[in-house]
Design a protein. Structure first.
Lengths: 280, 315
């Protein structure tokens, strides 16, 4: 122990220099974090058929491939499938996740197996299972009950994947909830349902919406699990993008990629702003 | 509104009011029953996942899955997985890649967390937001981006060949173990930076001042005061990164080429390409058991709940 102390004594670094070094290092990491996506966005405007460095020319051609009149059907179908699945999954996860969070936070169960702490861990456990295992396990279940490859099976799977996140967000909102507000409403004569509808629900609504937006993004962007659940007619957008990548470098990928990223980021930003109000 | 209300309207309204009244009574009487009903949706989801896991446990013990008619239980799939050198190699590779990318993310991420925790900048919230946002960028696109950077016509080769003249012809950086590590560590940085930031943010600054007052230089103060208190955050980041790294699927698929597949890809291939659901199930069970054991052991040593106990502030 003393040896380390003596060594550290000699490692005096001036405050100012270390601060400056740290700051530049941090900015460097930020650049590292965002540079790859930046390059995708940049090269989506290249004129050459194969996106390479340095970039030659500037064109919107590749973006036009996604819009009518001569759009790529595979991409557009994938987009609509992904949107359908994401909307239905986020609504499902939102409703069931909120219900579960309500029961979990407010239920005063006496059994040890239904204690709040245990339930908390239990409902978040699907996150710990490796993605590929969730993918293949649910595949066997779907195969057994005959819904393998259907749109419904993908939606069901996405609800499974996203519900823990909704539960996490809504329950954290509920933990901070002042129940005296509900007591006050009931003292004034409101019934249980009316209290819930007019007092509780509006106050936890930002959390519910944030949770649903997170669920939407997770579902829309999901690849690993979905890879095992799609059939020939239920290709989602990430699956389509993946098959395009497999066939070779193609600037259309950069264009779709840019749009997908901007889309997900805007949804995520709204969700973050909504859930940030929880902290306040 | 007209004063004339016809009888069917009145009876609809009264039925509704009556049912609401009954519902209220029910809720009042079965207060915990209501809660049970509410969590039943969550329990149903868990049941679905649990039964799917049960199915693959069953399949892993079969000769052929799904079973056609008569079947017998056998351990041959586990034997195959645990004895075949091919799987040993893939497991070892996956372990090495997971460790390298976790360590890399830790070394690169810790200073960033330190900066964020101790900076007085008024842009702190923006900087934190910028760390969170990459979580929500599509994984496939993020990984594909690395192909643009590392590929033959990519940024790095452009810099090395054309700009700096270090190389005469483009070198293949892609499709190696290190390209997978790079892709993974890029993804793990936010997972590492955030928990460590939360830990560091909680440290009482007066402790550090006290150490300095007692004669420590800033390196000693860091080692004695700051570092130990950041361990919970480091642990959380390490567990997350390691688990995600070991089970990585997309990154090796896009950046690894055919020679560098990881265990998750092997499971996928065994299921989809080889149609061997029994063997694939066995491998999947082994991987899951390993991951769960790892998390459990880590948790009992380091106690991740310390970090989790504040109920997910940022998310």
């Amino acid at each position: 122990m003393n040896g380390i102390h003596r060594l550290l004594e000699k490692l005096e670094v001036s405050d100012q220099n270390s601060r400056r070094l740290l700051r530049w290092f941090t900015y460097g990491i930020y650049v590292f974090l965002y540079a790859p996506i930046g390059i995708v966005m940049l090269l989506s405007f290249t004129e050459s058929r194969i996106p390479s460095f340095p970039m030659k020319g500037f064109t919107f051609d590749w973006y036009l491939q996604i819009l009518p009149p001569n759009y790529d059907t595979q991409i557009v179908n994938g987009l609509f499938t992904s949107l359908k699945i994401a909307i239905l999954s986020s609504v499902g996860a939102g409703v069931f996740g909120t219900l579960t969070a309500l029961g979990m936070v407010r239920g005063s169960f006496e059994s040890r197996w239904l204690s709040q702490r245990f339930l908390n861990t239990l409902f978040l456990s699907p996150i710990v299972v490796p993605w590929v295992v969730t993918g293949i396990a649910m595949l066997t279940l779907y195969n057994l009950i005959g819904i393998q490859g259907t749109l419904f099976s993908v939606i069901l799977g996405h609800v499974l994947i996203t519900m823990p996140f909704v539960i996490m967000v809504v329950s954290s909102r509920l933990y901070g909830f002042d129940r005296e507000l509900e007591d006050a409403a009931q003292n004034l004569g409101a019934t249980e349902l009316r209290t819930f509808y007019e007092v509780t629900l509006p106050l936890i609504m930002p959390g519910i919406i944030a949770g649903m937006l997170f669920a939407f993004t997770i579902s829309f962007d999901n690849f690993t699990q979905t890879f095992f659940w799609v059939g020939t007619n239920t290709e989602t957008l990430p699956i389509v993008i993946y098959s395009k990548i497999r066939t070779g470098l193609d600037p259309t990928i950069n264009a779709i990629g840019t749009l997908v990223v901007l889309f997900s980021l805007s949804i995520a930003l709204i969700a973050e702003k909504l859930s940030a109000r929880i902290v306040d | 509104m007209s004063n004339r209300t016809n009888s069917s309207e009145t009876s609809l309204v009264s039925t509704l009011t009556e049912s609401v009244h009954h519902l209220n009574q029910l809720i009042r009487r079965y207060d915990n029953g209501a809660a049970l009903f509410q969590i039943s949706t969550g329990l149903a989801m868990l049941l679905m996942l649990a039964s799917s896991m049960g199915i693959i446990v069953f399949y892993s013990l079969l000769n052929q899955a799904p079973p056609q008619g008569a079947y017998e239980l056998t351990f041959k799939n586990y034997e195959e997985f645990l004895t075949n050198g091919f799987y040993h190699a893939v497991l070892w590779d996956s372990l090495v890649i997971a460790v390298k990318s976790t360590v890399g993310a830790l070394l690169l991420g810790y200073p960033v967390s330190y900066f964020l925790a101790f900076t007085n900048s008024d842009r702190k919230n923006l900087l934190l937001l910028l760390i969170i946002l990459p979580f929500w960028i599509n994984l496939v696109i993020r990984t594909y981006a690395w192909r643009l950077i590392l590929g033959n016509k990519g940024v790095i080769n452009y810099a090395l060949v054309e700009v700096l003249g270090v190389l005469n012809s483009p070198m293949n950086h892609l499709f190696s173990q290190n390209s997978i590590v790079l892709g993974l560590l890029h993804i793990f940085l936010p997972y590492m930076i955030l928990p460590i930031y939360v830990s560091l943010d909680r440290i009482n600054q007066s402790h550090i001042e006290a150490a300095r007052n007692l004669g420590a230089n800033n390196v000693q103060a860091f080692y004695e005061v700051t570092l130990p208190q950041s361990i919970p955050g480091v642990a959380a980041g390490v567990v997350l990164s390691f688990v995600l790294g070991f089970g990585a699927f997309v990154v090796p698929l896009l950046l690894g080429g055919t020679q560098n597949l990881m265990i998750a890809n092997t499971i996928g291939n065994t299921f989809i390409d080889l149609f061997n659901w029994s063997l694939g199930s066995a491998i999947a069970i082994c991987v899951t058991v390993f991951v769960l054991t790892f998390v459990y052991v880590f948790n009992s040593i380091v106690g991740l709940e310390e970090l989790y106990g504040d109920g997910g502030e940022t998310q």
